[in-house]
Every structure is written in C-alpha cells, then in structure tokens.
Design a protein around this ligand. Structure first.
Ligand code: UDP
Ligand code: MG
Length: 212
C-alpha cells in the first residue's frame, strides 16, 4: 500500500468546491495500482498535492492529481491528442483552429514522442480489440501533441468537433472529415467522458501545467 498513484477527481457540482472532510467523493482510477479503492478527501484543496491519501482499504501517495472543476461549474476540461498522421503533415495549427473556432480553449499543450509503454497504458481499454497493436504502433510512430481543452460541455463539444471515428462517417467541417486518412490514422483523440478526461489528463499533465 505504498504504491504511487495517479488520482483524477471527478466533478460533482457543489461537492467539488466544498471538499467535505471525510467524505468519499472520488475514487482512485489508476487501473494498474489501485483499482476500486475509495478515496477520502482532505480538509482543503491546498492539502491535495503530495500528501499521503487515506483510503478505505489502505493508503497511497498521490503522484499526480488533476482537478477538473474550476470556480465555474459550467466549465469542463477534456484531454486531446493531435495524432502522428496530423503532425507529420504539419497540421497542428489547422486542427487547433477547428477546436478554437468551435469555442474550446487550449489550456495546456505539449509536443511529445509517446513511448510504447505510455501508448499501451493510454489505450489499455482497447487491449482486447483487434486493432490494439496497430494503434500502439501508430501512436508511437511520430510526434503527437497532447492537450487539455476547456470550455462549456468540453467533452461533448470536442467530440463533435473531431467527428466520427471513421472519417467516412464524419460530418463536414470536423477534424476527421477534413484531415483523417483512415479509421486508424484519424488525426485526433478526445476523451469520451469527464471521468476518462480526468484519468487521461493525469497521465500527461500536472496541475501546474494547466493554465485556464
Ligand atoms: N481504431 C482503429 N480501428 C477501429 C476503431 C478504432 O484503428 O476499428 C483506432 C482509432 O485511431 C480510434 C482509436 O482506435 O481513434 C480509439 O478507438 P475509439 O473507438 O475509442 O474511437 P475514438 O474515441 O477515438 O473516436
Ligand atoms: Mg475513444
């Protein structure tokens, strides 16, 4: 129970701003280390980072914490990746223009080369799917741009601006309709829920990297 953990905090309306002491309002989501442990929050937000967390079934030190809620409860954050097929064609700015014109704000952004370990972990949910190996290979084949986007209904808005997974089914004006090469090399990733956004943001950014 000394394991490091990534902790994503779900946005739950008022509970998020008040941090009721002793109330379990989140769960540790790190699938490898701490599946299903219930998290007990500390007294105040300032105590959130680099402290020992107490859980119903043990204790863990949090390596990284991402807080999705801001003072404005209508604001949401989501995680985005501009994939290697897009960076290869120098389309970072073009993809960002779709997001920004669509009302999202880029509040964190970094260009990286994903390691195989990072890509495997990131797409763990697809481990049993037939395209998993190919997907990991593609995501590590060139640079990607990882981002945190903020806005009203950011998760749903971002997915709308990306378009359907298969570019043949994507609506006009979406990133995938405009730029994707195929269902696999489809130019962008976006979280599919607030909960997954918290998990994914925590894999690539710390709180200090995100400036809203
Ligand atoms: N993918 C693929 N073949 C498929 C389905 C998905 O190569 O038949 C890849 C594609 O890059 C996609 C990613 O796997 O973006 C994740 O799949 P998901 O179903 O989560 O689609 P998304 O959420 O990205 O639209
Ligand atoms: Mg997905």
């Amino acid at each position: 129970d000394q394991t490091d953990a990534m902790v994503g905090i779900e946005r739950r309306g008022a509970a998020c701003q008040n941090w009721p002491p002793g109330n379990a309002i989140g769960e540790v989501r790190d699938r490898q280390h701490a599946k299903g442990l219930r998290l007990v929050f500390p007294q105040n937000k300032g105590a959130l980072l680099n402290r020992r967390w107490t859980f119903a079934q043990g204790s863990l030190r949090a390596a990284s914490i991402v807080i999705l809620c801001s003072g404005d409860p209508t604001m949401e954050r989501t995680f985005s990746i501009i994939k290697p097929d897009a960076t290869e064609r120098n389309l970072t700015g073009a993809v960002n223009k779709v997001f920004e014109d669509g009302g999202l704000r880029i509040v964190a952004q970094r260009r990286i080369r994903m390691t195989e370990e990072q890509a495997k972990r990131f797409y763990e949910v697809h481990a049993e799917r037939p395209f998993y190996g190919e997907l990991v290979e593609f995501m590590t084949s060139g640079p990607v741009v990882v981002q945190v986007l903020e806005g009203e209904d950011a998760v749903a808005k971002h997915r709308e601006l990306m378009g359907a997974t298969n570019p043949a089914e994507a609506a006009d004006g979406t990133v995938r309709k405009l730029y994707a090469r195929s269902i696999g090399e489809n130019s962008c990733h976006g979280s599919d829920s607030e909960e997954n956004a918290a998990i994914e943001i925590a894999q690539f950014f710390s709180l200090a990297d995100i400036v809203g």
